[in-house]
Write a protein that binds this ligand. Structure first.
Ligand code: AHM
Ligand code: MG
Length: 317
C-alpha cells in the first residue's frame, strides 16, 4: 500500500504529538501544493515561455529567472493564505513578509529558497526548492526570524530532476517521497534515509581553487590520493541529494568573490544541515556546527562543508 506525504505527516504527528490540532500538516500541504505547481511549470519549461531572465535582479544582485519569480509567487500564494503562518522569508524578497496574525494562530515562520540553482534551468539541469520551518516564540514576529538552525522544527527540499523528489525531516529521521505523476501525489520512496558514514566522492567548484584558503586545496589533494572521485552539478539541492544518498562531502568554501561563502545560512545551509544531521551526517563552516551559527541577517552567507560524518570530521582547517 502506498503512503503519501500527507498521510506520513499526519501519522507522524499523531504518533509524536497526539495533542496537535493539524495546523502543521495543513502548513506542509501548502508546501507540497506549491511544489506541484512549480514542478508542472518546470516540466513544460521549454514550451511555455517560462525560460530565460525576468529582466530583474534580486536582493543578492543576481539575475532573476522567470521561473525564480514564478516559484516565489507560488510559495507566497500557497503559504500566505494559511493562518498558521506568521511570516514568510524568501531569497527573492529583500524583507520578510510579516502577517503577524494573533500569536495563538500564527505559530510558524517559513524561510525558503524558491528555486535554487536557477542558473541551470535553461539547460535542463536539476533545480530545487529548499525550506525551513521555525516556531514563532511569543513577541513581535520580526524579532523571531533570526533563530539558529538547531531551533528549526522542520526542514526539507524538493528536487526537480528526472523525477521530482521531496525530502523532509521534523527532527525524527529523514524521509523521501517521489511524485507519482499518475496520481499527483508524493509517495514514500525513501524511508529513514541514512547518510553513509563515509563516501568516495567530493563536490566543489574547483575552478575557484586558486582563491580558496590553502587548507581546502591541500585536503582535495589528499582526497584524490585516497581515490576519491569528483562530482559537481552547481545546483545545491542536486549536489546535496547525491551526497545524502551516496555519501561523500560537499564544500562551498570562502572564495575571492564570496569571502564569507556564497550559500545562504537561513534557507540553504540550515535546512540541509538539519537533514544531514538527522540522517547521521554533519555540517560545519569549519569553525562551528552550521546549526549553532547565530544569524544576524536573513540573507547572510556562510561557508558550507556538509556530508558523511567521517568525511566532514576528517576536514579541519
Ligand atoms: P542560487 O540560490 O542563486 O541559485 O545560488 C546558489 C547556487 C547553488 O545551487 C550552488 O551550490 C551554487 O550556487 C553554485 O555556485 P557556483 O556557480 O559559484 O559554483
Ligand atoms: Mg539558492
Amino acid at each position: 500500500m502506498i503512503v503519501t506525504v500527507q498521510q506520513h505527516i499526519m501519522f507522524e504527528q499523531r504518533r509524536r504529538h497526539p495533542e496537535a490540532r493539524g495546523r502543521f500538516s495543513w502548513l506542509l500541504s501548502g508546501l507540497t501544493l506549491a511544489a506541484k505547481m512549480i514542478e508542472a511549470k518546470i516540466r513544460r519549461a521549454g514550451i511555455n515561455d517560462a525560460l530565460g531572465s525576468a529582466g530583474e535582479t534580486n536582493v543578492q544582485g543576481e539575475t532573476q529567472q522567470k521561473l525564480d519569480v514564478y516559484a516565489n509567487q507560488a510559495l507566497l500564494h500557497c503559504l500566505g493564505v494559511r493562518d498558521s503562518v506568521a511570516a514568510l522569508v524568501s531569497e527573492e524578497n529583500e524583507e520578510p513578509l510579516v502577517f503577524d496574525p494573533a500569536p495563538e494562530t500564527g505559530e510558524y515562520i517559513i524561510v525558503f529558497d524558491p528555486l535554487d540553482g536557477s542558473s541551470n534551468i535553461d539547460v535542463n539541469v536539476n533545480v530545487g526548492t529548499i525550506f525551513s520551518i521555525l516556531r514563532r516564540p511569543p513577541g513581535p514576529v520580526t524579532n523571531a526570524i533570526l533563530q539558529p538552525g538547531h531551533q528549526q522544527i522542520a526542514a526539507g527540499y524538493i528536487l526537480y530532476g528526472p523525477s521530482t523528489v521531496l525530502v523532509y525531516t521534523t527532527g525524527d529521521g529523514v524521509f523521501g517521497f517521489t511524485l507519482d505523476p499518475a496520481i499527483g501525489a508524493f509517495v514514500l520512496s525513501h524511508n529513514h534515509i541514512q547518510l553513509p558514514h563515509q563516501g568516495n566522492l567530493y563536490s566543489v567548484n574547483e575552478a575557484y581553487a586558486d582563491t580558496f584558503p590553502p587548507a581546502y586545496s591541500q585536503h582535495f589533494a589528499t582526497l584524490r590520493s585516497k581515490g576519491y572521485s569528483s562530482r559537481y552539478i552547481g545546483s545545491l539541492v542536486a549536489d546535496f541529494h547525491r551526497t545524502l544518498l551516496k555519501g561523500g562531502i560537499f564544500f562551498y568554501p570562502p572564495t575571492h568573490a564570496y569571502p564569507g561563502g556564497k550559500l545562504r545560512l537561513l534557507y540553504e545551509a540550515n535546512p540541509l544541515a538539519f537533514i544531514a544531521e538527522q540522517a547521521g551526517g554533519r555540517a560545519t563552516n569549519t569553525n562551528s556546527r552550521i546549526l549553532d551559527i547565530p544569524p544576524t541577517d536573513i540573507h547572510q552567507r556562510t561557508p558550507l562543508i556538509i556530508g558523511s560524518l567521517s568525511d566532514v570530521t576528517a576536514f579541519s582547517c
